[in-house]
Write a protein that binds this ligand. Sequence first.
Ligand SMILES: O=C(O)C1=C[C@@H](OP(=O)(O)O)[C@@H](O)[C@H](O)C1
Ligand SMILES: C=C(OP(=O)(O)O)C(=O)O
Length: 451
Amino acid sequence: MTEPTGHAVTDTELWPAPLAPGPVDATVAVPGSKSVTNRGLVLAALASEPGWLRRPLRSRDTLLMAGALRAMGVQIEETVPSSSSLGGPDEPGEVWRVIPAGLHGPVTVEVGNAGTVMRFLPPVAALADGPVRFDGDPRSYERPLHGVIDGLRALGARIDDEGRGALPMTVHGSGSLEGGAVEIDASSSSQFVSALLLSGPRFNQGLELRHKGGKLPSTPHIRMTIDMLRAAGAQVDAPEDGGVPDVWRVTSKALLGRDLVVEPDLSNAQPFLAAALVTGGRVTIPDWPEHTTQPGDALRGIFSEMGGSCVLDERGLTFTGSGRIRGIDADLSEVGELTPGIAAVAALAESESVLRGVAHLRLHETDRLAALSKEINGLGGDVTETDDGLRIRPRPLHGGVFHTYDDHRLATAGALLGLVVPDVRVENITTTGKTLPDFPDMWHGLLGARA
Ligand SMILES: O=C(O)C1=C[C@@H](OP(=O)(O)O)[C@@H](O)[C@H](O)C1
Ligand SMILES: C=C(OP(=O)(O)O)C(=O)O
């Protein structure tokens, strides 16, 4: 087994996960989607007129994206909404006004460990005038980027990566990119496809992108990219709409500024829904969208199959646990980011689970397959890695330290186990700040207690 990337543990980093005194019963308002916020920022920055993001996610990944775009010249004003000053519907919550400008270097972009920043911004940098250096957390050097680097080079960009095919690197933008036809292997991350599509309308010849290689993961995220491009006025031909399989075409065209209301992050709703499942309780997530491309929507089916039921109505999504937890045999390739939360529930089930189609998770924030098996087994579980996923045989669990390897979804998975297993201590709970900085308070709030 590969050892997941991580830092040394010190006692001060351990968070005592609260134990649920009984079935949870709560309404949890979940902040905006990371994936929608970061796409919205990129598209607004590339538009030919100002736009707005309402209820954006404010977290490490989205602040890194906003910071990078600002450094390249884009103005992003964070405002409190008021219909008169914003000229749009008066929505509660934060509003970011994005005013595009000529993109320029020299700048250094800090990507942290955000896949969306390290993949979506190099094509934007290729459109900037001047060098844009990309650097980030040590783990960002290990995450795949070849699809973006090779793709951009083939489309006319000059990139200096000293032969690494990964970060750190410098994109020497010349103010425009020729674009045209290109073939990449995006089997290790759907974000390669999304990255090139998002900037495609700004390439001189547009883009004809072909994926050649193993199965593409996370296709709902590609659909999200296409839908958001179209909503910004782009013309996109996609395989899902009866086009050629694995080929996307984007026409060169100015993008419009949008007034975008960001949906709640359904993947961040996962631990709260899971809390209802593992305690036999009930949780309502307000503003759950009726139609969405977010992979978290699949939780309605997955968690119902594992033991519960859900109702989507004007109050939002209400999930009620049945008090029993069934194992599941599931191909999660489309919804890979849900795997840590599903694995944690599966470890508490009555029967075995097999989670398949997620080999690419070895290249996520950490090696998630190695980390999940090691940490659940550290609490007495029986998890084995397969070629493309995990086999989880439930066993009685005991307390202990749950290491998180700087991975927000490992941290929320540990908190979930601690809800029903006494004395689980989660290392570095603040790593949830990647996408959900309020997680510890929200988790205590779920139980009716304060942090
Ligand atoms: O485009 C996006 O917003 C994302 C795509 C997926 O990436 P991969 O295809 O690399 O799994 C997903 O796991 C990630 O959390 C967000
Ligand atoms: C894989 C994830 O993130 P990233 O955008 O960094 O790839 C995730 O949030 O689960």
